[in-house]
Ligand binder design. Sequence first.
Ligand code: DCP
Ligand code: MG
Length: 414
Amino acid sequence: MSGARAILHVDMDAFFASVEVREDPRLRGLPVLVGGAGRRGVVAAASYEARKFGCRSAQPMAVALRLCPHAVVVAPRHELYAEVSRAVFAVFERFSPLVEGLSIDEAFIDLAGTERLWGPPRRAAEALQAAVLAETALTCSVGIAGVKFLAKIASGMHKPNGLTEIAAGSELEFLATLPIGELWGVGPRTQEKLARRGVATVGDLRRFGEAALVEMFGAHGLHMHRLSLGIDERAVVPDRAAKSLGHEDTYAVDVVGVPELRRCLLSQATRVADRLVAQGLRARCVCLKIRDGEFVTETRQCTLPRATDDHREIHGAACRLLEAVDTDGRGFRLTGVSVSQFESPQAEQQQLDLLAPASEPPPRSAALQAVLSAVRERHGHQALFPAEAGSERRPGTTGAITHSRPSEPPKRRR
Ligand code: DCP
Ligand code: MG
């Protein structure tokens, strides 16, 4: 394996649900749904026991409860998850300085130069799973490969508590039978177009050939061809200076109507807020991105009176931006929420200190204050995330975490 890159992709198993089970052991072994219990509630996380009944993230709670009427519904506690996320990332960072967070519960870790300390990649991955379990009482699944996209696919293959290695030299064999929808950036429409040409697996894609793919899809075709060969040169970048972060989803079926769009934006605003809290950041600028069935994309942004990490404020701003979009008679294939113009609580605290040197801390919940203190302790120790990674959110929906797009790439600090 010497000379080959070894990248881990680590993803916590049923993250919010597993944290809730850890906090209340009576829930162990039961189908657990974390999310809003009201009529309009949505499932944020489903335990693996609940998934056997077909329950999934992003499903309306009412649907999940029809599938699994005896499931235990738990209200989300985002500050707690942010705190656990930091503990998990602290473990990751002991294994390598090259940790690139993708969301509250997943990261890439480049093992370059760690072999003497941790041994070969598989041994390092086993040690990492053991350390995460010992320190947080939670399991994670790990993928090992020479490139990012393969590591990410691998981590999802044997969830929960899985460890999957795509060994150097076996990439093409692995890819041959993989459905093309498993590749980053290959959404339902691309799949449909290719299916009409008889392309279903990545092996088919490779044989279809570069020229034909470029003719059909331009630069995206070239990208897909390279992925079909197992080529992905993107580095693991522990980026501490991203200018924006966001989350967007591409839907298998176009979303119609303001209420449904608002629901989509709520899921995205919540994820963005989670990551702000996890990073110890607040943002002033909120941006809505929306793309209709004809691929017409609109982005709108606004500046808030003060920086926030509160999902309700971010969601409220996104909904106000949505009001300016003509939604009548249009279906939308993508929505996204991103935030920028970050302020760190440190800066905010300094400003408050200047205004009132001997005053009390700013009014916040004790839990959040604790989280923020821990963040301060770890100042500068967090990575913001890269643009390209996606996570499945609901069947047929492709999620993407976005950063610093479209204006400029994040500054990299080494
Ligand atoms: N999440 C959310 N809304 C979604 C999807 C996810 O609030 N639509 C939250 C809850 C999840 C957490 O993000 O626990 C991590 O998302 P993952 O996609 O990694 O899903 P899980 O960790 O829950 O499950 P898995 O074991 O499949 O990774
Ligand atoms: Mg997960």
